[in-house]
Ligand binder design. Structure first.
Ligand SMILES: Cc1ncc(COP(=O)(O)O)c(C=O)c1O
Length: 487
């Protein structure tokens, strides 16, 4: 992997520090509750970190979605928003930016990433057809199956090796793609999707070279290729710093080549552009007309797509800021620094460090908890108990059950500790490493979870679970013994 520095500046001592390339001019008070209160909150909220109220959370590391720190230029732009149902100047400004950024002719606004997925699934997927992808995302899969389709994954085998040195674990395994297409035939495939970077497998990137291969293959077979660019900022950073042929290429040129390989690009503006919204970008007029008619039906008129115009102005600036390496490096270098401190404590985490956040391997952390008892979910509960830190389960709990009602065991059980862009300080990351290090030393105390209330769709959002046995009380008691303040 090529050496890189960007904002990870070398100190005279030799240490490499992730230096913030911004300063905070507005802050939010957070609260660190004692362990007894955390235990009560955990039980009251069904051991589901999605249900925790912010007032009880010290560090919210659930996601980077819609919670990244915005720049002063983004806030300033919000004041310019032109609030009108149709023909808003804000829309035309955003359209011009998105067209220039991706180099594609048409832009359709949508209220967030899953709204784009709804439109794509509705327009293209017939019952029994497949969406082929490197790896699925929760909402993507839910929309495909909602319309009677199936998801087939072609990610490289390297992706399921949590401790690895493969710089692009999100890549397609081309042989898997080709043999699946040969097996089912192109008529059975609604479209091929690349998620760059990947969410559920540790924010792992896809290389530009791999995108070229997939595109060439899809064009030779007449298959539609769609890029989910929600996590593009991190992926772009990794292409720029890990892919030999891109080390010297300007970021805008890399994005233009990437989107030129696709038929359709969509994104969650809660991630790309650090605002709240989303959009679909494409080159073909036929596709544009087909998708366009669904926007007013599901999201809103074509010049806002369900978004607030203030958010559209913020997104307009945020997308342009994605082309600044010192801006997009912030999450990856903080993830790297946190990951290194965790590794030093022996905590099993996903490597190479990806984007989005640090991903802890629950199967290695607590091998005594079976997958049917949701080890990654249990680890998230234990993490909250130990430090008031809110992570997200990315494992079996985040999967949908099989049609026969049996569990669909995930290939990985990860606790994701997201690092939203420019939100946390280095000392807060040191706190996370310290508390997770303590938890690792007391991992034998952690037990499993079972459902108390299980929703039929996207159960991880609203489901309620309970601990199996009294392990949480015993963990809290051990914590109090070592940290008498309970903090
Ligand atoms: C890769 C990917 N695609 C789609 C989505 C859905 O976007 P949204 O949350 O804006 O609906 C997300 C959100 O996390 C994502 O990470």
């Amino acid at each position: 992997m090529p050496d890189h520095t960007y904002t990870r500046v070398g100190f005279f001592s030799g240490e490499k520090i992730p230096l913030e390339m911004h300063k905070a001019r507005m802050v939010q008070r957070v609260h660190l509750r004692p362990v007894g209160e955390r235990l009560a909150v955990l039980n009251a909220t069904g051991n589901n970190t999605f249900l925790l109220p912010n007032r009880d959370v010290f560090l919210d590391m659930l996601t980077d979605s819609g919670v990244n720190a915005m720049s002063e230029a983004q806030y300033a732009a919000m004041l310019l928003a032109d609030d009108s149902y149709a023909g808003s100047e804000t829309y035309y400004r955003l359209e011009k930016t998105v067209q220039g950024f991706f180099g594609l002719k048409y832009f359709l606004p949508a209220h967030q990433g899953r709204a784009c997925e709804n439109i794509l699934a509705t327009a293209y997927v017939n019952p029994g057809q497949y969406m082929v992808t490197n790896y699925h995302f929760t909402t993507t899969k839910a929309h495909i199956t909602r319309v009677g389709g199936h998801v087939y994954e072609c990610v490289s085998d390297a992706a399921s090796v949590t401790a690895s040195s493969d710089p692009f674990k999100g890549n397609y395994e081309m042989a898997k793609l080709a043999s699946f297409v040969d097996k089912v035939g192109t008529d059975k495939i609604a479209f091929v999707r690349i998620e760059a970077g990947t969410n559920l497998i540790g924010g792992q990137p896809v290389s530009l070279a791999n995108m070229r291969e997939v595109s060439e293959y899809c064009r030779s077979k007449g298959l539609k290729l769609v890029l989910d660019a929600s996590l593009l900022a991190d992926n772009l950073y990794f292409i720029k710093t890990r892919e030999e042929s891109c080390l010297k290429r300007p970021l805008d040129e890399i994005v233009l080549e990437m989107s030129g390989l696709m038929d359709i690009v969509y994104f969650s503006g809660r991630k790309l552009g650090c605002a709240r919204g989303g959009g679909i970008v494409l080159a073909g007029e036929d596709d544009y007309r087909k998708l366009r008619d669904l926007v007013p039906l599901f999201d809103g008129f074509l010049t806002y797509g369900g978004m607030s115009v203030r958010e559209m102005e913020a997104m307009n600036v945020g997308i342009r800021e994605t082309l600044d390496i010192d801006t997009i490096s912030q999450t990856p270098i903080f993830v790297e620094a946190l990951g290194e401190s965790l590794q030093a404590k022996g905590v099993p985490i996903v490597t190479p460090f990806g984007g989005l956040g640090c991903h802890v391997d629950a199967l290695k952390f607590i091998p005594h908890v079976p997958q049917e008892q949701y080890p990654a979910g249990a680890l998230c509960s234990a993490m909250f108990l130990t430090g008031g830190i809110r992570g997200m389960e990315r494992g079996t709990l985040s999967e949908q059950r099989n049609p026969d009602g049996s569990e669909h065991l995930s290939s990985m059980e990860l606790m994701r500790l997201a690092v939203p862009k420019r939100v946390f300080s280095l000392s807060q990351m040191m706190f996370v490493a310290d508390r997770l290090g303590w938890l690792y030393e007391h991992r034998d105390l952690i037990g499993g979870l079972e459902f108390e209330e299980e929703p039929a769709t996207l159960r991880f959002f609203l489901g309620r679970l309970r601990p199996i046995g009294d392990w949480q009380e015993r963990l809290a008691a051990a914590f109090r013994r070592d940290m008498p303040s309970g903090l």
